[in-house]
Design a protein around this ligand. Structure first.
Ligand code: CA
Length: 370
């Protein structure tokens, strides 16, 4: 064991990129430093600004001083089981994901290799992305088409997903309007362009079947989270009754919950690297999906550290069937990175430097910490 890989300091903090950012638009980062000064960066789920996950990290930080970053999988399981009665879904698994990503970043720097090499190598280092366009429940049909058109033309994505992000306390409240928007977007991009529809959990089983049949007619590629994520059997029923691929599991926080979704009948799962398990967890999900013949298409909304971590894992997946999610085209985080990830002709290049391959600028981060 070398002192180079022993944890000396863990700093967990929230970043407000703009002084006026509400908590929900802030970012939750962790910075881990080893005894010899290697530094790794991780990110937790940004729900409510990630503050709850940051609190968990601060709580367990002291117990990790002196631990070896090479033991990242053991550390993660030990902490998950120690904190299991706090959840474990959400804040705790977001904290563990952030820590795991930071430890992998250090491992890469220790061995002077990009993370994808340490994971077994890349099938590809250019990853096509899809533009993930949210908030369409609140838009008119014309507004929806205008917003989609702007990102379609600006980013040249390999595919587009339109998300609803509607009121989760109501169901089936505008099915004809939803189908009309799906039809208008299909008309905009033409018959062959890959499209996906994300219901964000807004339908009943019957409502989902009705919308799913319309999406099949319109040639949509997948139908995401048609019903409430916690109604696992209902999600599986919709998946099995429709011909269109139904996807779910962005709100699954453990390997066991992902398996439950697969056992219910879902054949495309979307665990998120900053919500469950980090790089270690997503690689374990990849093995589960490979064994079950299920598509792994991770959910991912964060443009800097979460995005880079996700790309490293996607590089290693043999059967990568769909593009990577690109939800936030804002460049507000670029100020804190000398080599930020930028879309290039519908693709992202996986960083090839050691660890995550990102050159983070600490004083820009520290200036913006809350
Ligand atoms: Ca989604």
């Amino acid at each position: 064991m070398s002192a180079r890989s022993l944890i000396a300091k863990i700093d967990a903090f929230q970043v407000a990129w703009d002084i006026n950012d509400p908590p929900g638009r802030r970012t939750a980062f962790v910075r881990v430093t080893t005894a010899d000064g290697l530094v790794g960066y991780g990110e937790a789920s940004p729900m409510m600004g990630g503050e709850h996950s940051l609190g968990v990290i601060r709580d367990f930080a002291e117990s990790l001083i002196g631990a070896d970053v090479m033991d990242q999988a053991v550390l993660q399981d030990r902490l998950l089981h120690k904190y299991v009665k706090l959840g474990p879904e959400g804040a705790v698994t977001g904290a563990l994901a952030a820590l795991d990503i930071a430890l992998w970043d250090i491992k890469g720097k220790y061995f002077d290799q990009p993370i994808y090499k340490l994971l077994g190598g890349a099938w590809r280092t250019e990853i096509p992305f899809y533009a993930s366009i949210g908030g369409n429940a609140a838009r008119t049909l014309d507004e929806t088409v205008r917003v989609v058109e702007a990102r379609w033309k600006a980013e040249k994505p390999a595919a587009i997903k339109i998300r609803w992000d509607g009121d989760r306390t109501r169901q089936d409240y505008d099915i004809p309007g939803d189908i009309a928007k799906a039809r208008a977007v299909r008309k905009l991009v033409g018959g062959d362009f890959p499209l996906a529809f994300d219901a964000n959990n807004q339908y009943s089983v019957g409502g989902a079947i009705r919308v799913g049949r319309a999406l099949e007619e319109l040639g949509y590629l997948w139908f995401e989270e048609p019903v409430q994520h916690y109604n696992v059997r209902a999600m599986g029923e919709v998946a099995q009754r429709l011909d269109i691929t139904v996807s779910a599991a962005e709100q699954s926080y453990t390997l066991q919950a992902v398996v439950d979704m697969i056992n219910a009948g879902v054949r495309m799962v979307q665990p998120d690297i900053v919500k469950m398990g980090g790089i270690t967890g997503l690689m374990q999900c990849a093995a589960i999906c490979h064994a079950h013949g299920v598509e792994l298409v991770p959910h991912q909304t964060q443009p800097l550290i979460g995005h880079a971590a996700n790309l490293h894992v996607l590089a290693t997946i043999m059967h990568l069937t769909k593009p990577a999610e690109f939800a936030d085209p804002s460049t507000r985080m670029h100020v804190a990175c000398a080599n930020p990830l930028k879309p290039e002709e519908g693709k992202f290049i996986v960083p090839s430097g050691p660890g995550l391959g990102l050159s983070i600028i600490d004083n820009e981060l520290d200036r913006r910490r809350v």
